[in-house]
Design a protein around this ligand. Structure first.
Ligand code: ARG
Length: 460
């Protein structure tokens, strides 16, 4: 077969090297976007008087037919072509001959591949965001069904203070909402038309780039053709968003591995999202969560690898940039699979409120005892000391605050009296929280309502 660039060459390319540098095996995923861009470009060339109305119509009809064939039969998008751009052009010329040969006038694959990837990401980011919203929705549902159940919170993975279980689920929802926003930013970065840049210096044909941008749904045209043909910041931004959401999923996964373990038993995993052991009959393993955690390394690697690929590139297009596509597609697939797996796990989580509630009391109430002293006029630093002494004694005797007699309370501080024991409870601790971001029941109810409104707005 001849290649897009055969004229200047005496011999045919080495087969193995050609296969090495070809991208069709993976950039076939850009097929529809390549046709979309070509349809717009044909129209722009007709507008500039480069294509006759007849040629433009023939090209349009043939491109629509090619697109529909490819949509209906993925096996159609195949062949010995170097890349998807060469494939579409070959199919076009097979159908309309010379008219097809005129389509690449004033256009370069350098601007075309950047355009295709921008079109692709704009579409796909929306799909990823929908899965993020679905996971936030699953977390909100768990928050709602947890009601007033209590659990301990942890710092350093050591019991810290009592919180509502709902507050815990909404914490992960808050992080995922930031991840959703990052994808919004990545989509905005991709939102610029590259056509009119040519290979590097711009186009000498009078194409209406503003009209092209409007037709393709871009809000702006790139500022500089030399920059635009090599700019992949929108790819870096997308991979950063992917790595970011994976880091959140990984932390959620790690939490759930811990909280569903025999030692904790706070939450339970449905059989549907676990696997057994080939040897140990008692096992029910959280494999999907472990894989989400594991695949996070892979997506971080895609981002880091891609940044390394681009750091040494001279100005203008370099073939290194072709590495963008496998990074994008692999990160996208991994994020989609991980989001769906995580949502399936969260949707089917069960809660053991007796266990979480019991674990929320005990010495996790130490700060509340200190706060009680502060409320009675004791400086916080002094209160901290007093409570530290109580904790030391309780630990030595294997007791907790609830077992202290009125005399014992008073023995530690004159302002600790008979009703101290009644005041120092996990429920009282949570109900004492005042700030809007706190685990106070009113704040959590408001946060849940606000999260639901966000889901409705984002899920449109
Ligand atoms: N397959 C190429 C890529 O993905 C398309 C652009 C080729 N441009 C070139 N000058 N070889 O980057």
């Amino acid at each position: 077969m001849t290649h897009l660039w055969s004229g200047r060459f005496d011999g045919a390319p080495d087969e193995e090297v050609f296969a090495f540098q070809a991208s069709f095996a993976f950039d076939r995923r850009l097929f529809e976007d390549d046709v979309t861009g070509s349809l717009a470009w044909a129209e722009a060339l007709a507008g500039a008087g480069v294509l006759s109305a007849g040629d433009a119509a023939a090209i349009r009809d043939a491109l629509v037919e090619i697109r529909d064939r490819g949509r209906g039969d993925p096996a159609f998008v195949d062949g010995p072509d170097e890349d998807v751009h060469a494939f579409v052009e070959r199919k076009l010329i097979e159908r309309v001959g010379d008219a097809g040969k005129r389509l690449h006038t004033g256009r370069s694959r350098n601007e075309q591949v950047a355009l295709d990837l921008r079109l692709y990401l704009r579409r796909r980011i929306t799909v990823i965001q929908r899965e993020v919203v679905a996971l936030v929705d699953a977390l909100a549902a768990r928050a709602a069904s947890a009601g007033t159940a209590l659990m301990p919170s942890y710092t350093h993975l050591r019991r810290a203070q009592p919180i509502l279980v709902a507050h815990y689920f909404l914490a992960h929802a808050a992080a995922l909402r930031r991840a959703h926003r990052r994808f919004e930013i990545a989509r905005d970065e991709a939102d610029a038309l590259t056509l009119g840049s040519g290979a590097i210096a711009g186009s000498s044909y009078d194409v209406d780039t503003a009209a092209l941008a409007r037709r393709l749904g871009f809000s702006r045209v790139v500022a500089n053709s030399l920059d635009a043909t090599a700019d992949r910041d929108f790819v870096s931004g997308f991979l950063h968003a992917c790595a970011g959401v994976m880091v959140h999923l990984s932390r959620l996964a790690e939490d759930l591995v811990i909280l569903t373990s025999e030692e904790f038993g706070f939450l339970g995993l449905s059989d549907a999202v676990t696997t057994g052991s080939s040897l140990m009959p008692q096992k029910k393993n959280p494999d999907p969560l472990e894989l989400v955690r594991g695949k996070t390394g892979r997506v971080i690697g895609r981002l880091a690898g891609w940044l390394a690929t681009t750091k040494g590139l001279a100005s203008g297009y370099n073939k290194d940039l072709q590495e963008d596509k496998e990074a994008v597609f692999d990160a996208e697939d991994t994020v989609m699979g991980s989001l769906r797996a995580a949502a399936a796990v969260v949707r089917t989580l069960t809660l053991d409120p007796a266990r979480t509630g019991a674990a929320a009391s005990g010495l996790a109430l130490a700060t509340d005892v200190a706060d009680l002293l502060v409320a009675r006029g004791v400086p916080f630093r002094e209160a901290h000391e007093v409570v530290g002494r109580i904790v030391r004694d309780l630990l030595a005797e294997g007791r907790d605050f609830a077992s202290l007699t009125p005399d014992e309370w008073r023995g530690y501080h004159e302002r600790l009296d008979a009703d101290s024991a009644a005041r120092i409870t996990a429920r009282g601790s949570v109900e004492a929280r005042r700030t809007p971001q706190s685990t106070g029941p009113e704040a959590v109810a408001a946060a849940l309502g606000e999260t639901r409104r966000w889901i409705d707005a984002a899920g449109r």
